[in-house]
Design a protein around this ligand. Sequence first.
Ligand code: ADP
Length: 395
Amino acid sequence: MSDLVLVVNAGSSSLKYSLVDAATGDEPADGIVEAIGEDRGALTHRGPSGEHTDKRAFTDHEDALRAVLDAFEQHGPALADADIRAVGHRVVHGGELFSEPTVVDDALLAAVEELVPLAPLHNPANLEGLRVARRLFPDLPQVAVFDTAFHATLPEHAYTYAVPKAWRDEHHVRRYGFHGTSYAFVSQAAADLLGKPVEDTNLVVLHLGNGCSVTAVEGGRSVETSMGLTPLEGLVMGTRSGDLDPAVPAHLNRQLGWSLLDIDRALNKESGLKGLSGVNDFRRLTELRDAGDEDARLAFDVYVHRIRKYVGAYYAVLGRVDAVVFTAGVGENSPSVRAAALAGLDRLGIVVDDGRNEARSRDARAVSPDGADVAVLVVPTNEEWEIARQTLAVI
Ligand code: ADP
């Protein structure tokens, strides 16, 4: 029997997929359908015979997933022979209802629907992915893996916002946290690299991708995290502002006459690095900064300052830290972010070794000197593998 899981991540206009061997992490195929519902749609499939792109319009997620099945048929590996065990879905918001990966049934669909008000940008698309995959794979078990689940261990004092009781009790206003699948994977991999059981390991983990967040992980459990009710809070991100005075939206509403929805959209889509420098892609930002662009310099400085502030805060939350861990696109690939964010923290035992930090590698590795009080690690994340593992564990 195989350990193959088809991992599906349905976004509002995209559908990412990956065929993963849950035992080894091998990915015999993966791909993405982009611009679903638009004229300029494209399916890119990577499999045993290389990369294939099919440019055409995809009307909806069902059309997209059918095209994915065709791509497997045409370019391999043939799904009929692959003996897939299950479909694992990334679902962004599990609210207070889901703290574990869960087999998809009608009750789960209804519950994810109920959570749409908490994640209006993400859950409807995830729901669509769940429904379509159930129709197209009626005989396979389907499992929902929630981005929030890893943070179900947050203590009350960390997840509670200081707001009126009715907001908390009736409207579920609290910190939930996201990127949980990544944190689960990276925390275990970091403990393995340190040669310690994860139960005895305290980590500050920085997930720096398009979205950015940081989590204090105590003995494998999330005890504090920077994203909140939604993924908008915390670090500076590609297009999200992260932290700001909660009075800013009301101020802009009065000054500009913008609706709160418009302001919310701008804080999610037009802020962060993009708002500061005009570009949201970190590679592009680095090029501009190196060419002397002042806005790009400021964006970089604000970005790393925010990270440093959180590292200090989470150090205090944990009391003892074994490692600061960098992961995701920026965290894994930008030595300058790692060096700048941790500069001057040697009194906390946090030191970056320049040679190690600059050396290029795709492996999990330490970039601190041997024997440092606090290790600084770079650990590539693998959310697809973690979703596949959790999916098989449930079924
Ligand atoms: P997502 O959150 O969409 O999964 P990723 O984890 O892939 O995103 O991270 C994407 C970000 O990583 C982009 O801003 C990209 O520019 C940045 N990135 C990727 N490679 C590098 C690199 N070599 N140097 C700096 N930034 C990089």
